[in-house]
Design a protein around this ligand. Structure first.
Ligand SMILES: *Cc1c(COP(=O)(O)O)cnc(C)c1O
Length: 436
């Protein structure tokens, strides 16, 4: 079931890496292993393997629940290879090669959104990335409010709390997109410093109406932060609805963008990315470290990041993945995203044709939500899991389903593996049986 072919390639690459250090005097007994240690390591690893078996099968197409899947094999191998060196991308001294690779990888992501110039770096994830963007917003608009839609990730409210910035939620329309009239009346009060637009809300994949939000910016002059942690890469997909396409096409007008390579970018966890359009915000990160930077006059990534030590391995894995699967429209990676969206459209159309379900809107990305009319969502969730189909539950406003209830417990499926497209028939069979 699990991919193992890359292990042999990793071993060859490890030998190649070893050769690069052949000029050093040999260390006869590196960390002499105590007797029996190999057996001890083996025993611990077997225990780890057995413990890890206690997980949902995220790698399998029948896992169609939350935003989870394993990284691309090349990312896994490159990450592992880098750990033999364990570079730290805090400073050039800690990771010369991996810092260069981070710069190249981040520039490619910026270019995907249409930015030739930018300031940016990798982070531990979308939360840390947005923390930096909202921290910058707070520095430039001190005391002003951060606003985000009621379907935005809860992280923005919490981050605003950490930064001691006021925060307010903007209601959404029935499709989970930021409501423009509500936003405008908030803006008219004059105390908004930053609007967070979500491109792919976590629960529903809804995309905020960016062209209209930009039109409001020219009147109200707020900073615009894009949370594309989940959906960002979909800018490469050729099969978005026109309105969604229009929103993605103006991401480049934002002040800051967050995207998570560890969501749709095929990376192991621990890889988010923040980008700023104006590289002058780098001066806000100024600090005075007597110890860290001596080897170069270049700007170190540690000088433009709130996190200090960061895994060079994450940059290496991302670089390797993009070397194999460049971020280009029509490329293999983009085709994978298109397959995910087709899978979601197919599941949506089967659900819509079935009188047992209430189906609110056509998915904008690859996330489908629906509510059973006469059964509990929990029961279907459990019955499906018994048949090895893993879905997710989501509490959503009743208005999405045309219901008077304030909240509805709905089913949700994130179809983020390209293989899902081939498995929709099987997924549907199980869902049908589980809903009987
Ligand atoms: C996942 C997600 C986040 C949070 O990112 P982490 O990488 O989990 O810290 C923020 N916003 C959206 C829209 C997300 O989907």
């Amino acid at each position: 079931m699990l991919e193992t072919q890359t292990i042999a390639v990793l071993q060859e690459a490890l030998q190649e890496l070893d050769c690069r250090f052949a000029h050093l005097p040999p260390v006869p007994n590196p960390q002499p292993p105590p007797p029996g240690s190999e057996a001890a390591v083996s025993s611990v690893l077997h225990e780890v393997a057995s413990r890890l078996g206690d997980n949902f099968p995220y790698f399998h197409p029948l896992y169609a629940g939350q935003m989870l899947k394993p990284p691309h094999p090349v990312a896994r191998a490159a990450y592992a290879l880098a750990t033999w060196i364990n570079p730290n991308n805090h400073a050039l001294d800690g990771g010369r090669a991996s810092t260069a690779m981070e710069r190249e990888a981040v520039s490619q992501i910026a270019r995907m959104f249409g930015w030739e110039e930018h300031l940016g770096h990798l982070t531990g994830g979308g939360t840390m990335a947005s923390l930096e963007a909202l921290w910058v917003a707070g520095q430039l608009r001190p005391g002003k409010k951060i606003v985000a839609s009621s379907q935005s990730h809860y992280t923005h409210e919490r981050i605003s709390g950490v930064l001691r910035l006021p925060f307010e939620k903007v209601p959404t329309d029935q499709r989970g997109r930021m409501d423009l009239a509500a936003l405008e009346s908030m803006l008219a009060a004059g105390d908004t410093g930053c609007v967070v637009a979500t491109m792919g809300a976590t629960a529903t994949g809804s995309v905020d109406p960016l062209p209209e939000i930009l039109a409001l910016r020219s009147r109200y002059h707020f900073r615009l932060h894009i949370d594309a942690a989940y959906g960002g890469y979909f800018t490469l997909a050729a099969n978005l609805a026109p309105e969604t396409r229009a929103a993605f096409d103006c991401i480049r007008e934002a002040d800051s963008i967050v995207v998570d390579p560890h969501k749709h970018g095929l990376q192991p966890y621990g890889c988010g990315c923040v980008l700023f359009r104006d590289s002058a915000v780098g001066s806000l990160y100024k600090h005075d470290s007597p110890a860290t930077y001596f080897s170069s006059r270049d700007l170190h990534l540690g000088e433009i990041s709130l996190e200090c030590s960061r895994p060079g391995a994450a940059a290496v894995a991302l670089w390797a993945t993009m070397r194999l699967l460049p971020l280009i429209r029509g490329g293999e990676f983009a085709q994978g995203l298109e397959a995910c969206r087709r899978a979601a459209l197919e599941l949506h159309s089967r659900l819509s044709a079935d009188p047992r379900f209430l189906v609110p809107f056509i998915p904008q990305l690859d996330i489908v939500v629906w509510a059973p009319k006469s059964q509990s969502a929990e029961r279907i969730f459990e019955q499906a899991a018994r048949r090895n189909l893993h879905l997710a539950l989501a509490r959503l406003p009743g208005s999405f389903f045309g219901l008077p209830d304030e909240e509805v417990l709905a089913l949700r499926s994130v179809l983020m593996k390209p293989e899902h497209e081939q498995w929709i028939g099987r997924i549907w069979e199980i869902l049908d049986a589980a809903s009987a």
